[in-house]
Structures are given as structure tokens and as C-alpha cells.
Design a protein. Structure first.
Length: 428
């Protein structure tokens, strides 16, 4: 007959770590960490010019990834980052970007490219378009210009005398811009309108991606190295600001819905503690992002929402155990019941958290780009979530129970019973 082997316990049953008795210490530590996290935002604003390292998802701009290859063999080439920075405008941020690709013979090879970010979205920034139009008027003043307007990446002009395609290309090249070929429109632009006798022309400019590629190609041509644009991503400044505002709104909507759920799932004593714990988690993650100047993107917002969902699940498990033990352990004070409940669920909390942490840690170590960004936020969030569930949510529940229920050691929502009235004296 097979013998039953007992389960191995991470934490032995009956263990009684003191959590509630040191609640003031844990909450004091949390207040200091929250203060430091918020303070770091203002330090970044003063030193770096912004509260967080927003990506173009939130502040707008263009992001381009380049691979450098030998013009003859097509093999990846390493280009010093200083050369790339010198070739591009001063407002361009350049950083190294590495990935793997499959070679012509099926082998895996490493590509050491560059990630270029610029605040520009179109070919010409809004403040630059005015200067460009003034230069255009000055250059072609002899063509009797009637109107000159800029819209998007196009310059619209009307004149009494024609401007040839070659003349326009030479002008834009002097302004470090590249004009698109007129193509089939050349004949129409070269003919005056029969009614007005004016020439109506459009000059379309290649976007910032093409401009940067041309600058890099010219700089690396002598080395037989080509700059290949692998990926391009652009977001307008207005759209970026809207995304940032919507991301913040989504966090507050999540908090409100979670508080509503817990208020119905348990009672009003439980909800504030869980919400404050979630706010604590979010602020901790933001504080670490501010301290390490890690990029904050839409992926970071997704990670924050994931952390909140994970953390509230852990909090609900502990609250459920507290509610069960309040019914079962009616002879004990509520603070002791809460401490016992945390100890009973501690093994489950640690196993779940360590599993999630190790998985996201591997993603953080071996992942790149958005995957690494998401995993880093999750690593911080899991640690903060365990801390807040054990050391913040439960003590706040006890505090509210004392304020709302007078610290009643009774089950469920039952209030502390009033004192019995004194017995009436018998009639003499």
C-alpha cells in the first residue's frame, strides 16, 4: 500500500510573523518612498527638462531605426555613434540599437544599428515654415510672386513668371530639404493659367525620414557604407498629448471601478485600503522610471494596468481570508485575525509573486525594446504589489474598521452591539 507523502510547505503552517504590530513602521517607509518618487519627478523637471522620459507616443515626433551595411556585400557594418550624431541635426537623439537577423546562408548574425529620435514629424517644423517661405520669396522675387503658402509638407506658390523644377530643387537643397520630382505635373506647372496668366505650382518635400537617410548616405558614402531605414514611426504632438492624457484617465478609471467592485464584494471598509495600495504601486513604478530615466511609452501604461490587476487579485485573496477568519475566530481581536490571515496566505502570495517576477525578469534580461520596457515595469510592480498588499491594504482596513465600526470584533458587517440597558428595579 502506497504511503502518502506530505506536501512541502514554503512556510510552515502555524507560522506567525508580526505584520500588523509594525504597521506604523511599514506605512512610514511607504510615505518616505512615495515622497521620494514624487520628488524625483520635480528633480527631473529641473535637471532634464521633463518629469519623465516620455517617448514619442506621448510627446510627438519621429522614431527611425537604421541598419548600416557594406554597399558591396550587404553585411552589417558597425558605425561609431559619434559619426551618426555629426551627420544629423542637433535636435536628433541617437542611441545604439541591436538586433539579430538571418544571413543569406541561413546563419544568425548580429546587427548593430542606430535608433534616431527627432521632435519633427513633418519635413518642416511649424516655426521653420515661415523662414522657408521668406527665403523662397527672396530667392524668386524676380518671378513676381503673388502668393506663397505652406501646408503640411508642401509649399504652394503663384507667380507671374515660371519657376522650373531644377531651380526649385536647387533652392530646397540649399535649405537642407529634398524636393520630390514633379513627374506628370511638370507640364501643368510649367504652363500659365489662361484666365489669370499666373503659374500655380506645388513643391512637395520629402519627410524627415528621407532627409535623415540622405544626410547619413552622404556622410558614409566614402566608406562604402549604406544607411538602410529599417523602421519608421511618427506621432503628432497633439496626438501624443491626447494619448498621455487618455493613459492617465485610464488609470483613474481602473481605480474607481476596483473600489466600486470591492465595496460590493466585501464592504466599504475594504475598498479604500485596496485603492490606496494600488496608488502606492503605481507611484512606486513611476518613481523608479523617474530615477532610472527609463522610457515611458504606451507599453508602460499597459504594464501599470497589468500591475494593478495583479495586485488587486492578491489583495482580494487576503481580504477573503480575513472575512472567513472573522467568522471562525470570534474569540480573537480583529488585529490578530488580520495578522493570522496574512500569514495563512503568505505562502500563496510569495509563490505567485516569485513566479511572475522570474518570468518578467527573463523578459527584462533577454528582451529588447517594448518587451524589455514592459518587463521592467512588471518587475518593479510585482515587488511593490506584494509590499502594499501585506503592509498597507490590511492596516488601512483595520483603521477604517475602528473609525466606522468602533473596532468591533464581530462577523461581516455587523456593528458592535450596544451595551445592554440596566435591569429595572422591582416594584416595592
Amino acid at each position: 500500500m502506497a504511503t502518502h507523502k506530505p506536501f512541502r510547505e514554503l512556510i510552515k503552517p502555524g507560522t506567525n510573523f508580526e505584520f500588523i504590530g509594525r504597521a506604523r513602521l511599514w506605512i512610514t517607509i511607504s510615505i518616505l518612498l512615495i515622497t521620494g518618487s514624487i520628488g524625483m519627478l520635480f528633480v527631473n523637471k529641473a535637471v532634464r527638462g521633463d518629469y519623465l522620459n516620455w517617448t514619442i507616443d506621448f510627446k510627438g515626433g519621429t522614431e527611425i531605426i537604421y541598419a548600416f551595411r557594406n554597399t558591396e556585400s550587404g553585411a552589417p557594418v558597425v558605425v561609431p555613434i559619434e559619426e551618426v550624431r555629426e551627420a544629423l541635426p542637433e535636435d536628433a537623439e541617437v542611441s545604439e540599437y541591436t538586433w539579430s537577423e538571418t544571413g543569406p546562408n541561413g546563419e544568425s548574425r548580429k546587427v548593430e544599428g542606430m535608433l534616431v529620435r527627432t521632435p519633427s514629424v513633418g519635413a518642416v517644423a511649424a516655426e521653420e515654415s515661415g523662414k522657408l517661405m521668406d527665403a523662397f520669396r527672396q530667392r524668386f522675387a524676380d518671378r513676381e510672386l503673388v502668393t506663397v503658402q505652406w501646408s503640411g509638407d508642401r509649399l504652394f506658390a503663384r507667380s507671374k513668371k515660371a519657376i522650373t523644377e531644377d531651380e526649385a530643387k536647387a533652392f530646397f537643397q540649399e535649405q537642407s530639404k529634398e524636393m520630390k520630382d514633379w513627374g506628370e505635373e511638370e507640364q501643368r506647372y510649367a504652363s500659365a493659367d489662361e484666365a489669370t496668366g499666373e503659374y500655380e505650382m506645388q513643391f512637395a518635400i520629402w519627410g524627415v525620414e528621407r532627409q535623415y537617410t540622405t544626410l547619413l548616405q552622404s556622410s558614409l558614402q566614402a566608406k562604402n557604407v549604406s544607411a538602410d531605414m529599417v523602421q519608421s514611426y511618427a506621432v503628432g504632438a497633439r496626438a501624443g498629448a491626447e494619448l498621455r492624457d487618455d493613459g492617465l484617465k485610464s488609470l483613474f478609471y481602473v481605480l474607481a471601478l476596483i473600489m466600486l467592485y470591492l465595496a460590493f464584494r466585501f464592504d466599504i471598509r475594504y475598498a479604500p485600503g485596496a485603492v490606496i495600495a494600488l496608488l502606492h504601486d503605481a507611484i512606486m513604478v513611476v518613481g523608479v522610471f523617474a530615477l532610472t530615466w527609463t522610457e515611458v511609452s504606451l507599453t508602460s501604461v499597459a504594464a501599470l494596468l497589468t500591475i494593478m490587476g495583479y495586485s488587486v487579485n492578491d489583495t482580494v485573496v487576503i481580504f477573503d481570508r480575513i472575512r472567513e477568519n472573522v467568522e471562525r475566530l470570534k474569540d480573537k481581536k480583529l488585529a490578530r485575525v488580520v495578522n493570522i490571515s496574512i500569514n495563512e496566505t503568505l505562502s500563496r502570495t510569495l509563490l505567485t509573486s516569485v513566479t511572475v517576477f522570474l518570468v518578467t525578469l527573463m523578459m527584462n534580461i533577454f528582451g529588447t525594446g517594448l518587451v524589455e520596457n514592459f518587463a521592467f515595469a512588471m518587475n518593479v510592480g510585482v515587488i511593490a504589489g506584494v509590499y502594499s498588499t501585506v503592509f498597507i491594504a490590511a492596516p488601512i482596513f483595520l483603521y477604517l474598521d475602528k473609525k466606522l465600526y468602533g473596532g468591533a470584533v464581530t462577523s461581516g458587517r455587523e456593528r458592535k452591539a450596544p451595551k445592554a440597558a440596566p435591569a429595572a428595579e422591582p416594584n416595592k
